[in-house]
Design a protein around this ligand. Structure first.
Ligand code: PRP
Ligand code: URA
Length: 215
């Protein structure tokens, strides 16, 4: 996992398998089925790294031979919160790693003209203040959607929030860090810039459309 002094909240997951799969994901010729499988796999690999600092506690275990002390993740269940729609593609892969996780949902879409997020759904588990949240969205472009989703989670009481995406633009990282400097951002790639329509360059196109075969 790499850090950069320019973006102190950013963690780039540079694992070779993540980078290999991301290159296939970016390819315009990659069909929907493979795209979906890759988002799932990359999210799982990223989650393995992004959860490496979770708190653990000792737990007594009876092996078939004797009693020993193991360790288990402590505290309330992790909560995964995909931003609809494209974030949905990241849930299952992470859920396989953390099967006890809870899943909330934030519904947001980006207005085509203003590029600002429009809010349409919000549901997360209660006792939010006691949980670790992973907000999921493949794309961090202007950062409007991410900043709005974090604000909604905070209004619900969440205090420990991380944001996981596949591709991030510098503009989005800056906007999210300015609004929520406490939120760490994990990505597989820090891309160059946004184009005039707010798409990430080089990016991978419209993540929701490629994931669900809409256009
Ligand atoms: C995409 C993407 C993010 C958002 C990123 O979703 O999945 O949620 O845009 O852009 P931003 O950083 O500029 O806010 P979109 O609004 O296209 O909705 P969809 O997932 O339903 O297609
Ligand atoms: N949303 C996407 O799906 N892709 C981008 O490049 C930017 C926003």
């Amino acid at each position: 996992m790499d850090t950069t002094p320019v973006f102190p909240t950013l963690r780039v997951i540079s694992h070779p398998l993540v980078q290999h799969k991301l290159a296939i994901l970016r390819d315009r010729e990659t069909p929907t089925k493979i795209f979906k499988e890759l988002v799932d796999e990359i999210a799982m690999l990223m989650a393995y790294e992004a959860t490496s600092d979770l708190a653990v506690e000792e737990a007594v275990v009876e092996t078939p031979l004797e009693r020993t002390v193991g360790r288990r993740v402590s505290g309330k269940k992790l909560t995964l919160v995909p931003i609809l729609r494209a974030g949905l593609g990241m849930v299952e892969g992470i859920y396989r790693l953390v099967p006890g996780a809870r899943v909330g949902h934030v519904g947001l879409y980006r207005d085509h003209d203003t590029l600002e997020p429009v809010d349409y759904y919000f549901k997360v588990p209660g006792d939010a203040s006691e949980r670790d949240f992973f907000l999921l969205d493949p794309m961090l472009a202007t950062g409007g959607s991410a900043a709005a989703a974090v604000a909604s989670l905070k209004r619900a009481g969440a205090t420990r929030i991380r944001f996981m995406c596949l591709v991030a633009a510098p503009e989005g990282i800056k906007r999210l860090a300015a609004a929520h400097p406490d939120v760490l951002v994990y990505c597989a790639a820090l891309d160059r810039e946004l184009n005039d329509q707010g798409y990430i360059l080089p990016g991978l196109g419209d993540a929701g459309d490629r994931l669900f075969g809409t256009r």
